[in-house]
Design a protein around this ligand. Structure first.
Ligand code: SF4
Ligand code: SF4
Length: 355
């Protein structure tokens, strides 16, 4: 049986205010938050974006969702987890200050921000799963204390997973630091010496200070590299290579298994929203560039993250008239959907309902 995916279609560059109003009407008309009961502590998980990046879901969507949750009697809060790499999102203090500077303050969203993985990203909860890579996954501790989960994800290309949307936001975005490390552990870059010009761009952007210049050649310390891929995205000379052939399946499997773990805590008390506007080649963690790769498509909503991501991906490719491999990275990105279905975590068959 196929899962319902609702599509609020946007014209290119349509105002967020109009899309948000239509999303609110859809949620009320279809009773999409009926899973939330009085006093349910409801985590609203999103990504606050990077300061130079334009693509993240704007605070007004979160404000509207918070109000809808309160209308049901629920108790919502905004939440996120710390990044693996050093920077302005690597601990709760800096991350919350950054979120405020991006417009996600209480006045704008009506919800407090509570970091799901504690002050330093290490507060975790171990969820047993029946996966193939893991028998248990490490997720941010706070989710274990919540009654319901609403995910707001921005669809983007992604250099390791092919694309990032609800599954990626669940699997990587809700994992503790240890869970993130376990997912990233197998991917490490290499420098192609004959292509490296010694320009130093990768040195500047590496969040771990894992790259140094030695006689005008980039040298990597793979012991401290966390496999984030920033150097690959930044090098203009094609001098950074990742052995994705061995790892892309591995990474996507691990993301899906972590996503399955967190969803198992909530059963049917979830709602997933994908924002398909300002779709960029790289994910919202990559603060350096904004390269729009597809026309604005709108907002998609479902109770099934697998159906939602499948529908989102199909629409991006259809509206752009190209495959995602042509638009962003040539990676077998549909693997994550196939694997989720193989684990009986969600359904990639969907019924698209245009609103
Ligand atoms: S960005 Fe590329 S070319 Fe420049 S130093 Fe780094 S690897 Fe070499
Ligand atoms: S993947 Fe590249 S940018 Fe990221 S930590 Fe490793 S060396 Fe640094």
């Amino acid at each position: 049986m196929s899962e319902k995916v609702y599509w609020i279609e946007a014209t290119d560059n349509e105002q967020d205010e109009l899309l948000c109003d239509r999303l609110k009407m859809l949620i009320r008309a279809e009773n999409l938050l009926e899973c939330i009961a009085a006093q349910d502590i409801t985590a609203v998980k999103t990504h606050f974006g990077e300061s130079q990046k334009l693509g993240y879901a704007r605070p007004l969507y979160l404000k509207m969702l918070g109000e809808c949750i309160k209308d049901r009697g629920g108790v919502p809060f905004l939440t996120e987890t710390s990044t693996l790499y050093k920077g302005n999102r690597s601990d709760a203090i800096r991350h919350i200050a950054h979120a405020h500077s991006q417009g996600f303050d209480y006045a704008s969203t009506g919800m407090p921000i509570i970091m799901a993985d504690g002050l330093c990203g290490d507060e975790e909860y171990v969820v047993p799963i029946q996966g193939k890579a893991y028998s248990a996954v490490h997720i941010a501790a706070l989710f274990a204390k919540c009654n319901a989960l609403v995910m707001v994800s921005h669809f983007t290309g992604h250099l390791a997973a092919g694309f990032g949307a609800s599954l990626k936001n669940l699997g990587m975005g809700c994992a503790s630091r240890k869970g993130k490390m376990e997912q990233h552990s197998t991917a490490k870059p290499k420098i192609v010496a004959k292509k490296c010009t010694g320009c130093g761009t990768c040195v500047k952007w590496c969040p771990q200070d894992a790259i140094t210049l030695c006689e005008e050649l980039a040298v990597m310390n793979t012991d401290i590299c966390i496999g984030c891929g920033e150097c690959l995205a930044m090098c203009r000379f094609d001098a950074v290579k990742f052995d994705w052939g061995a790892t892309y399946e591995d990474l996507q499997k691990k993301v899906v298994e972590h996503a399955m773990g967190i969803c198992s805590l909530f059963r049917d008390k979830t709602l997933f929203v994908n924002v398909l506007t300002r779709i960029s080649k790289d994910c919202d963690c990559m603060g350096h560039t904004f390269e729009k790769i597809a026309p604005d498509i709108g907002i998609l909503v479902s109770r099934d993250p697998v159906a939602l991501d499948a529908a989102s991906l199909d629409l991006v490719e259809k509206q752009a008239g190209k495959t995602l491999a042509q638009l962003a990275y040539d990676i077998p990105y549909r693997f994550q959907l196939d694997y989720a279905e193989e684990l009986h975590f969600g359904n990639r068959e969907y019924e698209l309902i245009k609103v």
